[in-house]
Design a binder for this molecule. Structure first.
Ligand SMILES: Nc1ncnc2c1ncn2[C@@H]1O[C@H](COP(=O)(O)OP(=O)(O)OP(=O)(O)O)[C@@H](O)[C@H]1O
Ligand SMILES: [Mg+2]
Length: 286
């Protein structure tokens, strides 16, 4: 039994609903992570899932820019013991909730066990949440790696550009080198010809299997769609702006796959408690 199970038992939450943490990452920057994280969250909430989007991009906190809202409190207030986790969860007009994480995550490494259990007990307030979707920064920094390793699942985003594909493979390779079980998925974004997406998806999955012995689930593609820059400029998530645009339809099919029990690997999820614990352990090097 790991520490997370122990804490869950203690809190009487053993049979609470399955909670999934999905990190959205990429090798190369600017490939569409933030847009995918927010709009996938909305597509999942359309399928009756309770979803929180968390912003972990330590550079630019760009989730709040697209959501058009400025948070008063962030994860940092929780880590410092000023607020409980449920007190910093913000409603958005789009059916999803939002936690501004950006500045708080780097402080997690400094928590002592007392502070960690306080944070973890706060996680139980989120027990009716089905998904936490985390928008991570790009590239192969320690932070990004820790999010991928601590989450149950990570979606790697690439575009069909060779540089983006190479960087995606580079990230997968680093994750593979850690020898910690992680369920990796792949989305190919900004697809102009649907014929090219299969090639891109297959190339990354085949090479990852062949050279790294990593199984990557290719869960779909999103077409190049001018609705995205148009809605970004207006600070509205594209799915909320037009849930029938081509990109939204692509996201619907990805969201359906994610919640399909026949598709999703049947591994017990550690839930949010395990995620925060793993993140603290990884970032403090224990
Ligand atoms: N499918 C698409 N069709 C058209 N434009 C797109 C698509 N996906 C993303 N874009 C454009 O790419 C820009 C960058 O997307 P986004 O900010 O989501 O990338 P990111 O990976 O989060 O970037 P960063 O690494 O800087 O955080 C968007 O503002 C949008 O204009
Ligand atoms: Mg981003």
């Amino acid at each position: 039994m790991d520490q997370a199970d122990e804490l869950r038992d203690m809190m009487g939450k053993k049979n609470a609903r399955t909670q999934r943490v999905i990190a959205i990452s990429s090798g190369k920057g600017g490939v569409g992570k933030t847009n995918i994280a927010i709009n996938l969250a909305i597509a999942l909430s359309n399928l009756k899932q309770n979803v929180i989007i968390m912003d972990a991009d330590l550079g630019l906190a760009n989730v709040n820019i697209i959501l058009g809202s400025m948070p008063e409190y962030t994860l940092l207030h929780v880590v410092k013991g000023i607020k409980r986790l449920n007190e910093i969860v913000m409603d958005t007009p789009f059916g999803i909730k939002y936690i501004a994480g950006s500045s708080g995550f780097s402080e997690l490494a400094n928590l002592d066990s007392n502070e960690l259990s306080k944070l973890v007990s706060g996680v139980n307030d989120l027990s009716n949440t089905d998904f936490i979707i985390i928008d991570t920064g790009a590239g192969i920094s320690d932070e990004v790696l820790y999010f991928i390793l601590a989450a149950d699942e990570a979606i790697i985003v690439t575009t069909p550009e060779p540089t983006a594909m190479l960087d995606a493979y580079g990230l997968i390779k680093v994750v593979a080198g850690e020898q910690i079980y992680t369920n990796l998925k792949l989305i190919v974004n900004r697809v102009k010809k649907t014929s090219e997406t299969k090639k891109v998806g297959e190339r990354i999955t085949t090479i990852s299997k062949q050279y790294l012995n990593m199984n990557i689930d290719y869960i779909g593609f999103i077409v190049e769609d001018e609705t995205i820059p148009y809605s970004v400029a207006r600070q509205v998530p594209f799915y909320a702006y037009d849930n029938k645009c081509r990109a939204s339809i692509c996201l619907d099919s990805i969201a359906k796959k994610l919640i399909n029990p026949n598709y999703t690997e049947n591994k017990k999820s550690g839930g949010f408690t395990a995620f925060f614990e793993k993140l603290v352990n990884l970032s403090s090097g224990t």
